[in-house]
Design a protein around this ligand. Structure first.
Ligand SMILES: Nc1ncnc2c1ncn2[C@@H]1O[C@H](COP(=O)(O)OP(=O)(O)OP(=O)(O)O)[C@@H](O)[C@H]1O
Length: 270
């Protein structure tokens, strides 16, 4: 992909790069995308246009970082694409499904079954073991866990020895691995990671980023990560830069230095 500017830049169509996901369009479409997504908070003189006509693709089987200065609209974009927040106008598709057309119950189900979340604060249940935390999405869905997939995820994330431990008995890095395993257990259409290394020291953070990378390369996952950290963004296949609610750039094959330069240009150096 060439670098492009303006508000209608698109990453390559789903499935055009490494990994899973069919050709763009239709039910086989992987990942997620938005069309002219706008989100306005409040009304009248206090209205804030957090997103202003954002058209972007988060391609299936790819790792995309979302960056931009504070207040640029990163969290709003993630929340709208994840169905946690309703857009003011525009459309969101997850795996080819138009979220705007879904009644609440179906949206809740889609979120539970087709979207995985990894947060800065891990958000594990303290009374449950690592195993039960990982299996929680399937338990909530009343579904039988896929033992083979569970074993694959646990092995890939190096959690085999820790399954009986509660979060309080695990290091920060181990807790984030459990959170990542929980996000992957339903084989979601897309995993959203919101500053996933924000609470980790740099060595542990790098390990978690390598595992996110591995979930894309080895397991065919789609990952979108909001981050302020150029070193973290360098693990992604592409970086989407937001400023004032608009996409101002998309960088393919990012390096830490190029990302840092671009962020400086936006007045939001990390
Ligand atoms: N619930 C809300 N009500 C009113 N305004 C909001 C709300 N949520 C976000 N905003 C505003 O929308 C704009 C975008 O916010 P958002 O949190 O998406 O930015 P961000 O890029 O994630 O910022 P940060 O890096 O600081 O987390 C900001 O001006 C923010 O103040």
């Amino acid at each position: 992909m060439t670098k492009s500017r303006g508000n209608d830049v698109e990453a390559p169509p789903a499935g055009s790069a490494a990994g899973a996901g069919g050709a763009g369009g239709g039910a086989a479409e992987g990942g997620a995308r938005t069309e002219r997504l706008t989100k306005v908070y409040g009304t009248g003189s206090t209205a804030v246009r957090a997103l202003d006509g954002v058209t972007v693709t988060l391609p299936g089987g790819r790792f995309t970082a979302i960056m931009g200065p504070s207040g640029a609209g990163k969290s709003t974009l993630m929340h709208c694409v994840a169905g946690l927040d309703a857009p003011t106008s525009g459309r969101v598709f997850v795996g080819g499904v138009d979220l705007g057309g879904l009644p609440d119950a179906k949206l809740t189900r889609l979120r539970r079954e087709r979207i995985g979340f990894v947060f800065q604060a891990f958000n594990l249940l303290p009374t449950l073991t690592a195993r039960d935390n990982i299996l929680l999405p399937t338990t909530l869905a009343g579904a039988a866990p896929d033992r083979e997939w569970f074993d694959t995820v646990v092995r890939t994330l190096g959690l085999g020895e820790r399954l009986g431990h509660r979060p309080g008995q695990l290091s920060g890095g181990q807790q984030q691995r459990v959170a990542l395993a929980r996000a992957l257990i339903t084989r979601p259409e897309i995993v959203f990671a919101d500053e996933p290394t924000g609470n980790l020291d740099s060595r542990t953070g790098t390990e978690v980023l390598a595992l996110l990378r591995g979930s894309v390369d080895d397991l065919g996952q789609t990952v979108a990560m909001v981050t302020h950290d150029p070193a973290a963004a360098a693990h992604a296949d592409a970086v989407v830069f937001l400023a004032d609610g608009k996409i101002v750039d998309i960088m393919d094959a990012p390096t830490q230095d190029r990302v840092l330069d671009r962020m400086r240009g936006l007045g939001g150096a990390a």
